[in-house]
Ligand binder design. Structure first.
Ligand code: 1CP
Length: 345
């Protein structure tokens, strides 16, 4: 397991082929996912070890990816402590009563392992079935989670979130500190049960200026990453539209920085100054282009990342729901073949 290409690449060691997995590979595009999810609410499905195990394993079986990503959601631990939040089909996370004042934090107690015993059961079951393939655990970063809790749902401009961040720093820091505790505890349970890498999703951090990110957000994300530092698993840190933030996201305590598709790998490597392995970054829309275009884009990323301190191939954001799963399978094979011929390891 320690020799799995994903873990070797994350540590900057030579690999026999470039490891590849896809954000949102579980669920979304797979018909077998839609079948098992039929009639089960999203958050309920995340708390049923039989379903979580099956859904997590589906893309590994089908595509031969180099890692599984735990089937859950960034709001699962927030719901688990009793904060009223649900995932509404076609919408996303919706909070009934959003955070407005310090008193609202009473509804967001600290997360203990007892809140999520089923999560540990799911992880143990998955790891037992995966054999040598690593499982990536994940959590939402404080900013992205705070956005859902403050806006009450998905948001384009994060207006209320930014207003609170600038207008009520005391509440902002208290909320983010609490979310950092919750996400850290969620990650520790997953790693404790056998996950061998973690990814911190700060999907919406790209909405921030670097100055605001470094002042109001990075310390809280750093707290999450530091809280799992003693566990010895690689930490991947990812956000969308974060070209200006890459170095700051690395400096938050990551081993691997996720790069979205808007930034070329050479630019990302320059901005990261050779300090971190990188993950990414094929535009998920290219999966809808003719195969030749997809192959060209893939070969280019592999060539550009050949001298990175480590490279994990991924999309620049999640698999889009309409993606043809067969194209994903073919892409995994392409990444393996091209990188096996190119790499000395
Ligand atoms: O591969 C996987 O699908 C693994 C499981 C997974 C992960 C890693 C899910 C299942 N969600 C996530 C993370 C997640 N959830 C992120 C970070 C990753 C990213 O940027 O895509 C975010 C922002 C969320 C929040 C969320 N949950 C949204 C986005 C809404 C918005 O603000 O635009 C949505 C639509 C969900 C619901 C959800 N989560 C996962 C699934 C399969 C679904 C759809 C379920 C359904 O509607 O039935």
């Amino acid at each position: 397991m320690a020799d799995a290409p994903l873990l070797r690449a994350a540590r900057g060691e030579a690999v026999r082929h470039t490891p590849v997995w896809f954000m949102r590979q579980a669920g979304r595009s797979l018909p077998e996912y839609r079948r098992v999810r039929a009639g089960v609410a999203m958050l309920d499905s995340c708390r049923r070890p039989d379903l979580v195990t099956e859904i997590t394993l589906q893309p590994v079986r089908r595509h031969g990816v180099d890692a599984a990503i735990f089937f859950s959601d960034i709001v699962v631990p927030v719901a688990a402590v009793g904060f009223g939040i649900d995932i509404v089909p076609g919408v996303g996370p919706v909070a009934v009563d959003p955070v407005r004042t310090l008193a609202d934090l009473d509804r967001l107690p600290e997360l203990t392992p007892e809140h999520i015993e089923d999560i540990a059961v799911s992880v143990r079951q998955i790891v037992a079935e995966l054999g040598p393939t690593p499982l990536i655990g994940f959590a939402g970063a404080p900013f992205t989670l705070a956005s859902y809790l403050i806006e009450g749902g998905p948001s384009k401009n994060h207006v209320r979130t930014k207003a609170l961040m600038h207008g009520d720093p005391l509440l902002w820091d208290a909320l983010c500190a609490r979310l950092a505790q919750i996400s850290a505890a969620f990650l520790r349970v997953q790693v404790g049960a056998g996950a061998s890498a973690v990814q911190l999703f700060d999907s919406w951090a790209g909405a921030l200026s670097r100055a605001d990110y470094e002042r109001a957000v990075q310390p809280h994300s750093a707290a999450v990453l530091a809280a799992v530092g003693d566990l010895g698993v690689p930490r991947i840190h990812f956000g969308v539209g974060t070209g200006e933030l890459l170095a700051s996201m690395g400096a938050a305590g990551a081993d691997v920085v996720g790069v979205d598709y808007r930034v070329g790998i050479p630019d990302a490597l320059a901005r990261l100054d050779g300090r971190y392995a990188v993950q990414g970054n094929l535009d998920p829309a290219l999966l809808f282009a003719p195969w030749e275009a997809l192959e060209r884009g893939t070969r280019r990323i592999l060539a550009e990342a050949a001298h990175a301190p480590g490279h994990i191939f991924n999309l620049g954001h999640g698999v889009l729901p309409e993606t043809d799963p067969d194209v994903l399978t073919r892409l995994v094979d392409l990444v393996h073949r091209v990188s096996a011929n190119a790499s000395p390891g």
